[in-house]
Design a protein around this ligand. Structure first.
Ligand code: COI
Length: 429
């Protein structure tokens, strides 16, 4: 199996070298090298790649299988002992489950409109999943501790290889945006692909965390998660980045049930919270001139926790979202609606930064992120909403045009009555 970078480069070389001047801009010294490499990409290589897309009986068979769900409540109540036998069982469960889930992702790529699926970046991600499928599906049976160790090492490598998938998809869809006639279809593909990927990554990280045996954690579940601490972590990060970019940051004020502590998974919160906060900060800073620096209105974060769910409201005074744009704020690639236009759309609260100011932000909050760097592709908000819904919750944006925006993130408690049913999706495929 070829390495991910190697194989993606092969896919990228042809279209970029042969058809695109854009790629050569700023890369002229490499031109000869790339042309030479493209020539080396022989017919044989191409035939193999094409065959790889056509002839995948193992993928098709796996994709037809039912995914075996693992719910957070099941983990919480049954997965407490992190002994060797549990870890071995967990690896064996993943060995069955992972090829099925990854195969379903591959099938979704196949269902994309031809012109979209041909985009070199999207094709690259498609191939990354094919490679992961082959690695996972061909892994020998796990019977011993040594098998488990080597399987876990493979999983860690795959997590890293797939780190930038969200950014790659965002960038690929931006490139082929003008060819997309059915936005619904693409939004459905992205919702499903991104949330299913979140589920896969949570499963893998859960297994890897089980092995670490961290106090107060059952795998990825923090059994006494202090919501305030999770929010503060994101606030500090977003403030640091914004301060670097703008030289000024509004105060982020936390109130409500600030002592709330309950079992939950931090991973999705570490993606969603910085996304919402960065929008609020950016809107606030950009809608107030520099003279007003002393008077930047604070961003209010209010927490409520009850026996069913917990709610985080983030309120900014960044001017709100103009009426004609309210619907679009939750669309994928919205900020680049005019096909990767170079001019920035107006700043308004609730949308994603088009400037890449917050790129790499997620890594700083969580070194093993779900999201990856976001360069203002307009993926932050729709992805956050999809994640919230996947976790059995919701994300709503309420604008007060002329004043600011309130974002409500609602998530069900893992151990609330009926949550088992609701959050089942969290670990479903
Ligand atoms: C992803 O992050 O895209 C994955 O699906 C991860 C998995 C292949 C380990």
């Amino acid at each position: 199996v070829v390495g991910p970078r190697q194989s993606i480069n092969l896919l990228h070389l042809r279209p970029f070298t042969l058809h695109s001047n854009r790629y050569h801009r700023g890369h002229s010294t490499n031109r000869v090298e790339y042309r030479a490499a493209a020539t080396i990409t022989s017919e044989r290589e191409r035939a193999r790649t094409v065959a790889a897309y056509y002839n995948q009986p193992a993928v098709e068979a796996a994709a037809k299988k039912k995914s075996v769900r693992l719910t957070p409540s099941a983990i919480l109540y049954h997965g407490r002992s992190e002994d060797e036998a549990t870890i071995l069982r967990s690896a064996q469960y993943l060995q069955k489950e992972m090829p099925v889930r990854v195969a379903k992702r591959i099938m979704a790529f196949r269902d994309l409109p031809f012109i979209v699926g041909c985009n070199p970046i999207i094709l690259g991600v498609h191939e990354l999943y094919l490679r992961a499928f082959n690695i996972l599906n061909n892994f020998p049976a796990i019977n011993t501790k040594e098998d488990e160790v080597s399987y876990s090492r493979k999983l860690s490598e795959l997590l890293e290889d797939h780190q930038d998938v969200v950014t790659q998809l965002a960038s690929g869809f931006r490139e082929c945006r003008r060819h997309i006639h059915n936005e619904e279809l693409v939004a459905r593909f992205l919702d499903k692909t991104l949330t299913s990927r979140l589920g896969i990554r949570m499963l893998v990280q859960h297994h890897l965390s089980l092995r670490e045996n961290k106090p107060n954690y059952v795998g990825i579940i923090n059994v006494g998660m202090k919501l305030k601490e999770v929010i503060e972590r994101s606030c500090q990060f977003v403030s640091r980045v914004a301060s670097h970019k703008y030289g000024r940051v509004p105060l982020l004020k936390l109130s409500g049930h600030v002592n709330a502590a309950f079992p939950y998974i931090e991973l999705p919160l570490d993606y969603i919270l910085p996304e919402i906060l960065k929008n609020a900060v950016r809107a606030t800073v950009e809608s107030h001139s520099e003279i007003e620096v002393m008077h930047l209105p604070p961003i209010h974060i209010t927490i409520a926790s009850n026996e069913i769910d917990f709610i985080i409201r983030i309120s900014d005074r960044g001017g709100g979202i103009p009426h004609h744009l309210t619907k679009r704020a939750l669309e994928y690639n919205f900020t680049t609606a005019n096909d990767g236009a170079t001019s920035s759309p107006p700043a308004f609260s609730g949308t994603s930064s088009p400037e890449g100011v917050f790129s790499n932000m997620i890594e700083a909050v969580n070194p093993n992120p779900v999201g990856g760097p976001m360069h203002g592709f307009g993926f932050g908000l729709p992805t956050s909403r999809a994640y919230a819904e996947y976790m059995g919750g919701s994300l709503e944006v309420q604008a007060m045009q002329g004043i600011g925006t309130d974002v409500y993130l609602r998530l069900k408690h893992i151990n609330s009555p009926g949550a088992e049913k609701e959050i089942t999706r969290c670990y479903s495929s």
